[in-house]
Design a protein around this ligand. Structure first.
Ligand SMILES: [Zn+2]
Ligand SMILES: [Zn+2]
Length: 450
């Protein structure tokens, strides 16, 4: 197989891999880099000749995998886009939101090329969607030769799939973003166990050591304890979350906590896109028993939209739990503005439940010391770090040891390290070096013959 990582910045970003297997040329995912705007946020599509792709596969709908798909599909109008049914539902909402965000960035950041795509591009993209059932081979033909693509349930977020591609008795397995553990709203990954020739594995948590006795459940208990202590002091709790997946999972966690009286009943405020996606999760759950979600959860916890009058640096008009995006507290998002309102008061707490890149405001706040001043530049507010700031390990990604033992189980001839920072990949290199596999840590934009 020929493999080229088109994510120019390396690590996790504008995920997009170009693969060639026999006569078939295809791309897995086409994302937008969350830390950049404008041309820097795009994968290097220009390397792919127009009209040359036979198909495109989408693993899931986080924007670092999906965000530039309409652009790629416009350049490759003959290529069908293969994805799960759940992703086909979620992609529509995520991409139309992405157009609105890009339109806003056009004036805010003065980037005239934005938005990169419009509603017309989305319509033509949706016409090319193919949604084969999971765990069932889907065949494509070219000049009398066949390739077989099988999507497998990957956990991580509703719709996420790992992908097995078979051509001429050779098989390549792409994990995509993957979580083996069950969540409240989603079953863990269900992957094939038979050997493969090439494994392309995500490595997101390669640099994360999990303390003994720590589990997802123990982290939920620790988080509820912190919520309790904040609410007992009549403080507010801010939980920055990704709108897709993490928000719905946290709604389910809060619903259960209220029912079991693990925390007192207080108002819960949610922000726009995540609340809309609640309806999409509800629809998806009717078609699969792997996703468990009922929109009634909003009613049962008494969720309300965020009050309009949230002013940066000022106490919000009501106390409660604020479950709002973005998860990394990116500038000018509801979580960023609310943090500027809550950080200066020791009664409040800010609880992170997902990955924060160290260079984002969320990452910086996590490393800030108590009493240190913290600048919210984008809204012109400076606050002393008085509120309790904590992180809980409720990641949507598999632990490194789980990925390692999966790799050993399916005994590939070659392993390609993917979707991870350099330290994370290094851990996998060290821990796989005694295995009889060739390990590749591909440099961006360089083509490897594997
Ligand atoms: Zn993801
Ligand atoms: Zn990802």
């Amino acid at each position: 197989m020929k493999f080229t990582d088109l994510n120019a910045h390396g690590g996790i970003g504008a995920n997009c891999s170009l693969c060639e297997l026999g006569p078939f040329k295809f791309v897995i995912d086409s994302g937008l880099h969350p830390k950049y705007a404008g041309p820097d946020s795009l994968p290097r599509h220009e390397i792919i000749e127009r009209f040359s792709l036979d198909f495109i596969i989408l693993t899931h709908c986080h924007l670092d995998h999906l965000g530039s798909l309409p652009l790629l599909s416009r350049e490759q109008p003959d290529a069908p886009v293969i994805l799960s049914y759940a992703s086909s539902v979620l992609a529509r909402r995520m991409l139309s939101n992405s157009i609105s965000v890009m339109k806003r960035q056009r004036s805010e950041l003065n980037i005239p090329e934005l938005p990169y795509y419009g509603r017309g591009d989305l319509t033509s993209l949706y016409d090319r969607f193919k949604t084969p059932p999971l765990h069932t081979p889907y065949r494509l033909e070219k000049n009398g030769e066949f390739i077989e693509i099988t999507l497998h349930h990957a956990g991580h977020v509703a719709g996420a799939v790992s992908v097995n591609v078979k051509y001429n008795r050779k098989s390549v397995f792409f994990t995509g973003d993957i979580l083996f553990n069950d969540q409240r709203t989603l079953d863990g990954a269900n992957l094939p166990k038979e050997p493969v020739d090439i494994l392309v594995t995500e490595t997101t948590r390669g640099a994360t050591e999990i303390p003994k006795n720590q589990s997802r459940e123990s982290e939920i208990v620790r988080m509820l304890r912190q919520m309790n202590s904040t609410l007992a002091k009549h403080g507010s709790v801010l939980v920055p979350v990704f709108a897709l997946g993490r928000m719905q999972e946290m709604l389910a966690v809060l619903d259960e906590a209220f029912r079991k009286k693990a925390i007192p009943k207080v108002p819960v405020f949610c922000s726009g896109l995540g609340m809309d996606l609640v309806n999409h999760f509800h629809e998806i759950s009717k078609n699969t028993n792997r996703v468990r979600f009922n929109r009634k959860v909003l009613k049962s916890i008494g969720a309300r939209p965020l009050p309009k009058k949230i002013e940066p640096g000022r106490r919000p008009p009501m106390d409660g739990i604020f479950l709002v995006s973005s998860g990394m507290m990116v500038e000018n998002t509801p979580s960023y503005v609310l943090a500027s309102s809550l950080l200066g008061d020791a009664k409040n707490s800010i609880l992170f439940v997902g990955y924060c890149d160290p260079s984002t405001p969320g990452g910086k706040l996590l490393s800030a010391q108590k009493d240190e001043t913290f600048e919210f530049d984008a809204v012109d507010v400076i606050q002393k770090t008085e509120a309790k700031v904590c992180k809980f390990d409720l990641s949507g990604h598999a632990n490194r040891d789980e990925l390692l033992s999966y790799a050993k189980k399916i005994s590939p001839r070659s392993v390609i390290l993917h979707h991870g920072d350099p330290e994370a990949r290094e851990w996998f290199k060290q821990n796989l070096k005694d295995e009889p596999f060739s390990i590749y840590d591909p440099e961006p934009l360089k083509t490897y013959e594997i």
